[in-house]
Design a binder for this molecule. Structure first.
Ligand SMILES: NC(=O)c1ccc[n+]([C@@H]2O[C@H](COP(=O)([O-])OP(=O)(O)OC[C@H]3O[C@@H](n4cnc5c(N)ncnc54)[C@H](OP(=O)(O)O)[C@@H]3O)[C@@H](O)[C@H]2O)c1
Length: 327
């Protein structure tokens, strides 16, 4: 089968197409013929070497945390899935940039009426968005939410979910002026340039601040976020897009003002609480298919363009979600 991966860490140009044997499913596993692979920032980190050097079969690591496709073979002990079903799968150990992939059955869900291209944008992004909002962020109806990297995959999904869960107001930040115009289309009350977030949020909230901040950026943005919290507010940390030095908080700022700082990591949730992840994935696919949760179809690019797509994505030039077509 064809796959796309790298034998040394580096820039987008290290990604190449190669051949590897089609795998066979073991107990609890499902072999899926991949239709689309969602593009996630973690794949940029994987390629750069932030998760270590490639050590896969034949020296290749194959990125790809989420896919959609069709079940072609079930391992033993797999129930509730059938050969020929259209499914979406979260892949905690990567591997989605390939014609076929082995997925753990607990992270595979039928897509229902959702088109396969749309479904590929769900398995990592939506459980993360639900997780940061509800499990780590403890979002309550009527609260105000601020989402950094607001126009990206997780950010734009989190904005729609927050609204569906009853958030009263949803604000976001972006890195460049061109993305400010996306506020209406993405369902934000307002978008601010990240460098101007403090003034923008304080003005929009009459100085009250926000109840929940979702922060995958770090550094000065994280510091500013803590200062923007209303009493009882929470900042959820779930990424390091800015590659800033680690940052320290004065815990007195937290307990004196009933503020909280929480972390979220989907890989850790997959290991420790796989049911939680599976439940969020099923909930997202069902809500998107029924229209209960509004969604925007992703931008579809052929897998052959993976080098150019990684380059644009890594430089922050993309918005919304991008999926790579493998068929
Ligand atoms: N902890 C978890 O479990 C988990 C799970 C999934 C994703 N994540 C994290 O969530 C974040 C978003 O992931 P995603 O896949 O949805 O990506 P994305 O948001 O679709 O793309 C990245 C966006 O981040 C913004 N950005 C800010 N600083 C950046 C920088 N220094 N370099 C590049 N982009 C920068 C850019 O938009 P602007 O124009 O706004 O700058 C860019 O478009 C990432 O940090 C990722 O690691 C964490």
């Amino acid at each position: 089968m064809r796959a796309w991966g790298f034998t040394s860490n580096g820039g987008p140009e290290v990604l190449e197409e190669f051949e590897r044997p089609r795998p066979e499913p073991g107990p609890g596993q499902v072999l899926v013929r991949v239709a689309y692979a969602g593009l996630n920032f973690a794949e940029v980190q994987h390629r750069r070497g932030e998760f270590g050097e490639p050590d896969g079969l034949g020296g290749y690591d194959v990125p790809g945390l989420e896919i959609s496709g069709v079940v072609v073979h079930l391992g033993s002990d797999v129930e509730g899935l059938a050969v020929g079903s259209s499914v979406a799968a979260y892949l905690p150990h990567f591997g989605g940039y390939a014609e076929f992939v082995l997925a753990e059955a607990e992270f595979v869900q039928p897509v229902g009426a959702l088109p396969l291209a749309d479904a590929a944008a769900v398995p990592c992004v939506y459980p993360t968005a639900y997780g940061v909002l509800t499990d780590a962020g403890r979002l309550q109806g009527g609260e105000t939410v601020l989402i950094h990297a607001a126009a990206g995959g997780v950010g734009s999904a989190a904005a729609r979910i927050a609204r569906a869960l009853g958030a009263a107001r949803v604000f976001g930040t972006v890195g460049s002026p061109g993305k400010l115009a996306l506020a209406d289309r993405l369902g934000y009350d307002a978008l601010f340039l990240r460098d101007e977030v403090t003034g923008g949020v304080l003005e929009a909230t009459s100085g009250q601040g926000v109840d929940l901040v979702l922060d995958p950026v770090g550094g000065p943005v994280r510091r500013a976020s803590l200062d923007l919290l209303a009493p009882f507010g929470r900042v959820v940390v779930y990424g390091d897009l800015g590659r800033h030095e680690d940052w320290q908080a004065d815990v007195r700022d937290l307990w004196k003002n009933n503020r909280g700082l929480a972390g979220y990591n989907i890989g850790d949730v997959a290991r420790r609480s796989p049911d939680t992840l599976g439940t969020h994935l099923a909930r997202a696919l069902s809500a998107l298919a029924s229209g209960e949760l509004a969604h925007q179809s992703p931008t579809v690019r052929p897998m052959q363009d993976v080098v150019a797509v990684h380059r644009a994505f890594e430089s922050g030039r993309t918005s919304g979600k991008v999926v790579l077509a493998v068929w």
